[in-house]
Design a protein around this ligand. Structure first.
Ligand SMILES: *Cc1c(COP(=O)(O)O)cnc(C)c1O
Length: 372
């Protein structure tokens, strides 16, 4: 694969950054046009929302199929950067059920780029079932390296860099290390914010999304700040902690030149409300109650949430609206559906599908079943 060059020139497009990014550094000049552009915003009739509140949803889960969700927006900038630097392979890290690695592997495969992915997982690779995101990652030609879990963010970045250097050294291949705070990663949601400004964003008071590495929240919070801080940006932390996330976002702020190298200047804590709690018993671990909630939202609204991120985030959004409403700036909330539908396919939903009264058997034509 090393000698093949990316067949991607037709999907790289010039990126016209919005005017309010003029004070930022490392503004990308190009992006990929990969999935559907412009995802809809519509009212979301969740039950159990307190009176007076309106919740809307931005459907970034509908951006594509295997390339749906928030990661595709970020990777459109990162992979364009990789291609323009002449890289023929990329290195990244994530959990075995990572949406990020699935999206990266699929995008890389269609671009003719070799993906090398570090899987943070202590299990023996042979005992990890090929289902859900992991199946899709494996269906591509991505090369997998199992590394310990948990792994400090710094060591994760170090390993990504080390493997990229080894690829260059041993194969001569130019490898692009994907590091959230040293790549145009967060521009994915700067771009999304700009898209939403053309969709009536100014009528909302708050934006809520599931958050993990922090790129989505960083892009939204920076854009909101630079356009006059009209909204309040919240992240439901489903991976690690709010304080670690602020650390990463501060580092992203330095990358885009809004914070000085000595740490002075704009602070993540001043522009972004990271909410601890949604992670619950741990990253990727679901409670029965959360799985039933995901089932209920599908039944009532037809929106499929993923148990790892968006299910927890929505569950806690409703909880905070009911018990802690003063954290919100106002009453018109926009929830960003960051995707993750394939998280539903790893078998865990069996637990809440047991007593489904919607299922009957009808064998004989004449034995018409009871209906309600
Ligand atoms: C990765 C991911 C997130 C978190 O996004 P960050 O930008 O890393 O904070 C949220 N939701 C889903 C479905 C994800 O895959």
């Amino acid at each position: 694969m090393g000698s093949s060059s990316p067949s991607s020139s037709d999907i790289i497009v010039k990126y016209e950054a919005p005017a309010w990014t003029c004070g930022m550094k490392n503004v990308p000049t190009h992006k990929l046009k990969f999935s559907n552009v412009g995802t809809p915003i519509h009212k979301w009739k969740l039950s159990d929302i307190p009176d007076g509140y309106d919740v809307y949803i931005k459907r970034d889960d509908l951006r594509g199929c295997a390339t749906s969700g928030n990661k595709v927006r970020c990777l459109e900038f990162v992979l364009a950067d990789a291609i323009r630097q002449g890289c023929t392979s990329v290195v990244s890290a994530g959990s075995s059920h990572s949406n990020n690695l699935r999206t990266l592997a699929i995008m890389a495969a269609s671009l003719g780029i070799q993906a090398h992915v570090l899987i943070k997982c202590n299990q023996n690779p042979c005992s990890v079932p090929s289902v859900a995101n992991y199946l899709m990652t494996r269906l591509t030609n991505a090369k997998l390296y199992f590394v310990p879990w948990p792994l400090e963010y710094d060591e994760e970045c170090q390993r990504v860099q080390l493997l990229a250097e080894k690829l260059r050294h041993d194969t001569g291949e130019k490898a692009y290390p994907i590091v959230f705070d040293d790549s145009p990663w967060m521009y994915g949601y700067v771009d999304a914010f700009n898209e939403m400004m053309n969709q009536g964003l100014e009528s909302f008071t708050d934006i809520v999304s599931a958050s993990g590495g922090g790129g989505t929240s960083a892009g939204l919070a920076i854009s909101n700040y630079l356009t006059g801080s009209k909204l309040k940006i919240h992240g439901m932390v489903c991976y690690e902690t709010a304080s670690n996330q602020h650390k990463t976002i501060n580092s992203m702020l330095r990358y885009v030149g809004l914070q000085q190298e000595d740490g002075t200047g704009l602070q993540s804590e001043d522009i972004y409300n990271a909410i601890d709690g949604p992670i619950g018993e741990g990253y990727g671990i679901s409670t029965q109650q959360e799985l039933e909630f995901v089932h209920g939202v599908a039944q009532q609204t037809g929106v499929l949430l993923g148990p790892v991120y968006t299910g927890k985030a929505t569950y806690h959004l409703i909880k905070h609206l009911k018990t802690n409403p003063k954290i919100f700036k106002g009453k018109k909330i926009l929830f960003i559906h960051t995707g993750g539908v394939f998280e539903l396919f790893d078998g865990r939903m069996e637990e809440v599908m047991y007593s489904d009264e919607n299922v009957q058997v009808w064998r004989d034509l004449s034995d018409v079943p009871a209906v309600t």
